[in-house]
Write a protein that binds this ligand. Structure first.
Ligand code: DC
Length: 232
């Protein structure tokens, strides 16, 4: 069967869960896959970043788990799920660019490793998936295992450390030193993986290794998995 991607499984549930480490190309690949599938797109990392920015602005002590959890619960967050509209708002203020600043990247693991804040964000992510009518590509670190373990399609998108450092460096326009990049990619993944396992594919999760693939080849590989898995 050769259904165009935009028509694929129309009227049926199509939740595509994609996890992977930083610099694996998850966000841009997932966004493009969502466009082609005419599906919604959810960047769950943006939600952890929004909580982190909010904590930084309120001066919340990151070692105070109860305070971080409270900040996550109280956050008035709205995140666009249209693949063509990258927009994150906190209490009506546009923070789409601010959540990508290095002060946020450096602090975000403190929120990601606060279990109370995670439960609150997981609850919101499940609600967003339901609100999409279950036609969505959702990406992060624990989507295949915790947020949507019953998704029709579950993918672990990996890449070698070398490829991930290079991509993140390109993404940041060559502004970072090798050491800063290492902190933002390797050290952050090491911290984050103390609470979620996104380094090995769980049972039933298909690994796509993008180390030697360009953007288009990676999107194609992901869509191939979507078609094959959700035909069953
Ligand atoms: O993908 P990213 O770099 O924007 O993610 C920001 C942080 O959020 C990252 O350090 C790990 C954390 N995260 C998480 O723990 N679980 C998710 N589902 C998504 C992101």
């Amino acid at each position: 069967m050769n259904t165009p991607d935009a028509q694929f499984r129309l009227g049926k549930s199509l939740v595509v869960a994609i996890d992977g480490p930083s610099g694996s190309g998850k966000s841009s690949i997932s966004r493009e896959a969502a466009r082609r599938l005419h599906a919604a797109y959810l960047d769950t990392g943006a939600m952890y970043r929004a909580v982190t920015l909010h904590c930084l602005e309120l001066g919340v002590d990151f070692s105070d788990a109860a305070a971080v959890e409270r900040a996550a619960r109280d956050l008035d967050l709205s995140i666009s799920t249209r693949p063509d509209a990258d927009s994150v708002r906190v209490a009506g203020t546009d923070v789409t660019d601010a959540i990508r600043e290095s002060r946020v990247t450096e602090a975000v693991s403190a929120v990601a490793t606060t279990l109370g804040a995670r439960s609150e964000l997981i609850r919101r992510q499940r609600q967003i998936i339901a609100d999409s009518g279950h036609r969505i590509v959702a990406e992060g670190r624990d989507i295949t295992t915790v947020v949507a373990p019953d998704a029709e399609v579950r993918i672990l998108l990996t890449a070698s450390e070398e490829a991930r450092l290079r991509r993140r460096g390109d993404q940041l326009g060559g502004t970072q030193t090798a050491e800063q990049l290492r902190q933002q990619v390797v050290a952050r993944d090491a911290k984050d993986s103390t609470v979620v396992n996104f380094r090995q594919a769980a049972d039933g999760v298909v690994t796509v290794d993008s180390s030697d693939l360009d953007f288009e080849q990676t999107v194609t590989a992901v869509l191939d998995v979507v078609r094959s898995v959700s035909h069953q």
